[in-house]
Design a protein around this ligand. Structure first.
Ligand code: NAD
Ligand code: ZN
Length: 364
């Protein structure tokens, strides 16, 4: 099944299905990637032992010359140091303006390899080969970046891929906690855009958690399609695209305050989405908005409360430092009903404090 991200000249296909790695050369050729210059595959040291050889041999069997670079798994690899190593490798391997860089892995590898592709010789072709559920979100839309020690994703560019090749067979080796975290971004796409899809995620939660192929493919397709629609209408985040940040202002703060690694990104934004729903209901959103959001997130086995000892003021301070500001005011994405959100810049800090307090686990 193929979707298209409509961006005029920069439009590109998203192919989702099983057994795609083995047919990678055909898809690259269809997407217009020439074979006269070498390609570089970037992967991490969890994913490479599982899938790198298969992708390499599919590509070289199809007439492409390939070099590979494997980085340590984890967020720390989204750094200027690792970026520099990859550029060195690309120069040594003779990558030129007709080369492509392929990201084989999750969002970390996608963001990192994409930033190399977006900046090497002022930008060369880029192909996303996502291997996590979360990466249905990160591989579509063209935002690529590395981290600065003081802030996540601070150094980046917009660079759209030529192709997203999503082989769902790779998801079978994903650790269960990563599965759940990825499903948080999937249901997010329903919560911001499509009530029916949010409810579908809820009703099919057990099938999704079990990685049932049919459910997984439908969920990823619908998630990618929603993201693609939003990105098509607002590629550079002037306005609409901000709704993709539902749950992220508090989510990023939770990640930072708890210490990176304690919460997976998807877990932190699940709590953030629960908070946003509570805020939304209190601002006059539909009755049951919060309760229903909680049920959906719980069905996906995601956290919806905060530990009692998490420091509210530290969270508030971290949210102020987040980069999602508009003319100096904090912008919150607040649901008004399931499937519909508003971009609010008039949210009172005390209302946010109150919601955080209410999310703290109560002794039952
Ligand atoms: P990740 O890339 O770190 O992958 C999670 C873990 O799973 C890693 O340990 C990885 O090695 C392992 N893994 C990946 N695929 C596997 C597989 N098939 N089998 C077994 N193990 C596998 O994390 P992620 O959750 O995919 O992505 C998170 C990153 O994405 C963050 O850096 C975030 O900033 C970024 N992100 C970017 C965007 C964007 O628009 N660019 C959007 C959302 C998130
Ligand atoms: Zn996210």
């Amino acid at each position: 099944k193929t979707l298209t991200v409509e961006l005029g000249e920069r439009s590109y296909p998203i192919v989702i299905g099983g057994g795609l790695l083995d047919r990678a050369a055909d898809y690259l050729r269809q997407a217009g990637v020439p074979d006269k210059s070498p390609l570089m595959i970037v992967s991490d040291d969890n994913v490479a032992p599982l899938y790198l050889e298969r992708l390499e041999s599919a590509l070289s069997g199809g007439g492409y010359r390939v070099v590979s670079a494997v980085v340590p798994a984890g967020e720390q690899s989204k750094s200027l140091t690792v970026y520099n190593d990859l550029v060195t490798r690309a120069i040594e391997a003779g990558l030129d303006r007709s080369s492509a860089i392929l990201a084989l892995g999750g969002g970390v590898v996608g963001d990192l390899a994409g930033f190399v592709a977006g900046t090497y010789m002022r930008g060369i072709r880029f192909v996303q080969v996502p291997t996590t559920i979360l990466a249905h979100d990160s591989s579509v839309g063209g935002k690529v970046a590395v981290n600065h020690p003081l802030a996540k994703n601070m150094i980046g560019v917009f660079h759209q891929p030529e192709l997203v090749l999503y082989d769902v067979d790779t998801l079978n080796t994903l650790p269960p906690r990563e599965v759940r975290a990825g499903l948080a971004e999937m249901v997010k796409h329903g919560l911001i855009w499509d009530r029916e899809f949010a409810e579908w995620c809820w009703n099919n939660a057990p099938r999704l958690l079990d990685l049932e192929p049919e459910a997984l493919i439908y969920g990823l397709e619908r998630g990618c399609a929603i993201k693609a629609q939003i990105v098509s209408r607002d590629e550079r985040e002037n306005d609409l695209r901000a709704i993709l940040n539902l749950g992220h202002t508090l989510g990023h703060a939770i990640e930072a305050v708890a210490g990176y690694g304690r919460y997976l990104h998807g877990e932190a934004i699940a709590v953030g989405m629960a908070a946003a729903a509570l805020l939304g209901e209190e601002r006059g959103g539909e009755t049951g908005l919060y309760a229903e959001t909680m049920l959906m997130l719980r069905a996906l086995e995601l956290p919806v409360t905060l530990p009692e000892d998490m420091d509210t003021e530290a969270l508030m301070a971290a949210m102020q430092r987040d980069k999602k500001f508009r003319e100096g005011r904090m912008v919150y994405i607040v649901p008004s009903e399931i499937g519909r959100v508003e971009i609010a810049s008039d949210v009172d800090a005390d209302a946010v404090r109150d919601v955080i307090e209410r999310l703290k686990e109560k002794e039952e």
